[in-house]
Design a protein around this ligand. Structure first.
Ligand SMILES: Cc1cc2nc3c(=O)[nH]c(=O)nc-3n(C[C@H](O)[C@H](O)[C@H](O)COP(=O)(O)O)c2cc1C
Length: 206
């Protein structure tokens, strides 16, 4: 199994989210001897900007035309990111919550890879995802607690967003571990991380 580990925290060794994902991956490796993991640290790469050239190519392709000459160079990079994403069997997204949703680097990556004709297509039935039979694991961490039933739950635009956008690409088998609260109640931080690590172990054996 080939897994793409998409890292959306800039904090390296200090990142609690990455720590929980490591726990998940070491257990997943124990359970899958053929597992190959490629890291994609979104804070360490330069993604192509989604400017007029990329937008023009996107609209041209959606309308059945070819990529305009002036867009070809950037479009090739965009299409490569999208095709590379599609080439994996499984994904792990490691993402803290930033301002109720995903950090801007992850949003940027999603804006790059979500291309019609690669990750989804338009059909008579509407949009059809092309990333079929893939598995996605998401590990998030949050300063506050957005658990179902809590007042803050309504402000969780992270899990619903990730489920929706990757659902559009056809990825339906998505599991989440949300470590929370990690900042607002310092007395609970260690216990919340430990609980998330236990959940990570369980998710690795699913
Ligand atoms: C720029 C920024 C924005 C944040 N926004 C939120 C937020 O909207 N809600 C929340 O609960 N925590 C927020 N936090 C706190 C982080 O989600 C939390 O500390 C998380 O555990 C950080 O993960 P890390 O240790 O992997 O970096 C924010 C942190 C930063 C740096």
């Amino acid at each position: 199994m080939k897994l793409l580990h998409i890292i959306a925290s800039p904090r390296g060794e200090s990142s609690r989210t990455i720590g929980i994902s490591r726990e998940f991956l070491s257990n997943l490796k124990k359970n899958n001897s053929d597992l190959v993991v490629d890291d994609l640290n979104l804070f360490e790469i330069e993604l192509p900007e989604v400017l007029t050239d990329v937008a023009s190519a996107k609209y041209a392709l959606m309308q059945g035309s070819s990529v305009p000459e002036e867009s070809k160079k950037t479009w090739a990079v965009v299409a490569k990111y999208s095709q590379e994403f599609l080439s994996y069997d499984a994904y792990l997204i490691t993402s803290p919550m930033w301002n109720f949703t995903v950090p801007y680097k992850l949003k940027h990556y999603i804006d790059v890879i979500m291309q019609a004709g690669i990750l989804f297509k338009f059909s008579e039935n509407g949009v059809e995802g092309l990333a079929k039979n893939k598995k996605m694991f998401c590990v998030t961490s949050r300063g506050n607690d957005y658990s179902p039933g809590s007042y803050m739950h309504q402000f969780d635009f992270q899990e619903p967003y990730l489920r929706s956008i990757f659902g559009l690409a056809g990825i339906q088998d998505v599991s989440f571990i949300n470590a929370q609260p990690l900042d607002i109640a310092p007395g609970l931080t260690i216990a919340s991380i430990e609980k998330a690590k236990e959940e990570a172990k369980a998710m690795a054996s699913k």
